[in-house]
Write a protein that binds this ligand. Structure first.
Ligand code: MG
Ligand code: ZN
Length: 215
């Protein structure tokens, strides 16, 4: 029974995701769905991406959180349009919430929407939002074994970003083992190694973001 209910929810979600997609195609807006567990550095990566592309790409942000507007306030300080979605306890964003957020963004003046999904490495992957690319972040302190513990998101990812690489000397995060695991389960995924603290690797990441923006 439960399985059937989940299927119905997912197919209803997919229909709305298709509507979002049609709107975004019509408006020539590219969307990245950024997913990770809490504290992996989604907001930091979004902030650095906005700063790097300032004046070149018109960015808007949708911030998904269970509660609070802390991240939305940080992003708003960069003077980009930002919409906060508080899920009220739900651990992922759904297409309907994103559709309503898109309605309140100036899509005619937007090239790229960055969606910061709710911090969770599990179910956000099950809910399509109408995005062009899925970005999954794993931070060095979380450990390279998370790719095996939460394979779904890593299997779906178009890009995997290892963040906080400045902390590599202080952890046992095994970069070659991680790269090998990703290569085995999702050879198409682009993998980036960045530090928002030192700036290392951000250039390559920003170049990829630029390359996926719909012309
Ligand atoms: Mg955040
Ligand atoms: Zn969830």
């Amino acid at each position: 029974m439960e399985i059937k209910v989940l299927k119905d929810i997912l197919s209803a979600n997919d229909q709305i995701a298709e509507r979002n997609r049609a709107l975004l195609l019509a408006k020539k807006v590219t969307v990245l769905n950024v997913m990770s567990s809490p504290g992996s550095g989604k907001t930091s990566l979004i902030l650095e991406t906005i700063r790097a592309l300032k004046g070149r790409v018109r960015i808007a942000v949708i911030e998904g959180d269970i509660a609070s507007t802390i991240d939305a306030q940080k992003v708003g300080q960069e003077k980009v349009p930002v919409v906060q979605i508080n899920t009220g306890g739900e651990c992922h964003l759904e297409a309907g919430q994103v559709g309503r957020a898109l309605d309140s963004l100036p899509l005619d003046q937007t090239d790229l929407v960055l969606i910061e999904n709710v911090g969770n490495l599990v179910c956000p992957g099950e809910f399509r939002l109408g995005e062009d690319k899925k970005v999954v972040i794993l931070s060095v302190p979380e450990g390279d074994d998370k790719v095996h513990k939460y394979p779904l998101l890593f299997t779906m990812a178009d890009a995997v970003v290892i963040t906080k690489i400045d902390l590599l000397p202080y952890t046992r995060f095994d970069v070659p083992a991680f790269l090998q695991a990703i290569g085995g389960m999702n050879p198409q995924a682009r993998v980036f190694q960045v530090s928002c603290t030192s700036g290392e690797g951000l250039g390559e990441w920003v170049e990829w973001v630029t390359s996926v923006i719909r012309k």
